[in-house]
Design a protein around this ligand. Structure first.
Ligand SMILES: [Zn+2]
Length: 446
């Protein structure tokens, strides 16, 4: 057997219900897949056969994290407008996008975000934006896995100036990337308040034809609920249900405002949810009743949302916030235990993205998407329970090495595919024009 990488002497968190830990353990990667993992030290013969070995003593070896919702290119808008409610925030963001977003902006912004995600242990993310071909280009450059959704919305956008063309552009994107190993294409209808029922139904029909995922922001704010109720006589989730757009391949992002009856709808249809606690808190949008959704067996993944509303992509920080906000809100420390919160960023995230056969845990036959975390930090001593450390004590900067489909994309905190400095210089160049716009916005907000 050819062995590409042998990781050994590590604390391996699978986390599989039969054998959650191997300590120490070893893991064998061949042709992008995990072909073996076991407790103890590897036999000498394996060490001799391996083309590359990673001595993982003092490291936690865990599944790569899955960020189930972001808009990667928006990292160039990080901190441009803070402390506004969603409707006013969007007004500013939409006019910024009209002014500045083009293929190059999306490429450099996605590279910046991709680097940030890799450096904080994320191996797969779900994106929705414009010019998704440029996001794909950035992902392939970095070697990170992604579910990329071409955005559709009923007003002119930088990549689709004529909104009646948006489904055609989305379909072309699906055709271009269908069947790719690292990139899964999908469609993202922006929201029930920004897309007509015709656009939403058309987008969902396309994703059904291509057997791929349909994403939509839904029930994010009270403002949205009232607007949708006024226009369609229904609250957002019931409205999407009546449009026949909810099924197991639908991903509802946010779901902060949901009734008991609508929870039943999600149960019956199998629609999935992505929770973005930090973005929701920052925009004051509301809080999804995630403990209730999980109790009902609804699959919920974790996302950061964009850097314009978070303002970082560190899933370790997001997990910490996720666990604590629900405990605090419910005055109940037993809700959202660390193990379940980690599942939202690993195996549940994989299910949300339809990738559960390939990623989400460390098991024989799964793709080798692996994050190695350096445990040799004072804030990580002593270790009684790795789940507790991951959710409550680790930081993204503790991540040491990241592997996607058996390829090392960060080694000892060095991104292997490109010069970070080059990306930063290009982002600074783009931000100079935006800075001028920002000064004008401050003096005359539109
Ligand atoms: Zn979003």
């Amino acid at each position: 057997m050819d062995i590409d990488i042998l990781i050994y002497k590590g604390l391996i968190l699978t986390p599989n219900s039969h054998t959650p830990y191997l300590n120490p353990g070893y893991l064998v990667i061949t042709e992008g897949k995990i072909v073996d993992l076991a407790a103890g030290d590897p036999p000498e013969s394996l060490l001799r056969q391996a083309k590359m070995t990673i001595d993982a003593r003092d490291k936690l070896v865990m599944p790569g994290l899955i960020n189930a919702h972001t808009h990667a290119a928006m990292s160039i808008f990080r901190g441009i407008v803070d402390d506004l409610p969603l409707d006013n925030w969007l007004k500013c963001i939409f006019s910024l996008e009209k002014e500045f977003v083009d293929e190059e902006f999306v490429y450099w912004g996605s590279l910046l975000s991709g680097i940030e995600m890799i450096m904080s242990g994320t191996t797969c993310f779900a994106d929705g934006y414009f010019y998704e071909d440029s996001v794909a280009r950035a992902c392939l450059k970095l070697g990170i896995r992604a579910v990329l959704s071409q955005g559709v919305i009923d007003f002119p956008t930088p990549d689709v100036p004529e909104p009646s063309e948006n489904l055609k552009v989305a379909e072309n994107f699906l055709k271009a990337w269908m069947g790719h190993s690292l990139i899964s294409p999908a469609i993202f209808a922006h929201a029930p308040y920004s897309c007509s029922s015709k656009t939403i139904k058309g987008a969902k029909a396309l994703t059904r034809d291509y057997k791929t995922l349909f994403f939509i922001h839904a029930a994010e704010t009270r403002w949205e609920v009232e607007k949708v109720k006024r226009e369609y006589g229904e609250t957002p989730i019931s409205y999407l249900y009546k449009l026949n757009t909810l099924d197991e391949d639908t991903v509802l992002v946010h779901v902060n405002w949901i009734s008991r009856d609508e929870i039943e709808i999600l149960k019956d249809t199998g629609a999935k949810v992505v929770h973005n606690p930090e973005s929701n808190m920052k925009l004051g949008s509301g809080l999804s009743p995630v403990p209730d959704l999980l109790k009902e067996g609804i699959i919920v993944g974790l996302g950061t949302d964009s850097c314009a509303s978070n303002n970082n992509l560190d899933l370790f920080q997001e997990m910490d916030s996720c666990a604590k906000v629900h405990k605090g809100f419910r005055k109940d420390p037993t809700v959202m235990p660390a193990e379940e919160v980690l599942s939202m960023s690993t195996c549940y995230g994989a299910k949300v993205l339809g990738l559960e056969e390939r990623i989400g845990c460390l098991e024989k036959g799964k793709d080798a998407d692996i994050t190695l975390v350096d445990l040799n930090h004072t804030h990580l001593f002593p270790i009684y329970n790795p789940y507790s450390h991951i959710v409550y004590a680790m930081k993204g900067t503790d991540v040491n090495t990241v592997i996607v489909e058996g390829k090392i994309i960060m080694e000892n905190r060095k991104i292997t595919s490109l010069s970070i400095q080059d990306v930063i210089e290009n982002v600074i160049l783009l931000s100079k024009k935006i800075r001028k716009w920002r000064r004008e916005w401050d003096s005359n907000p539109r």
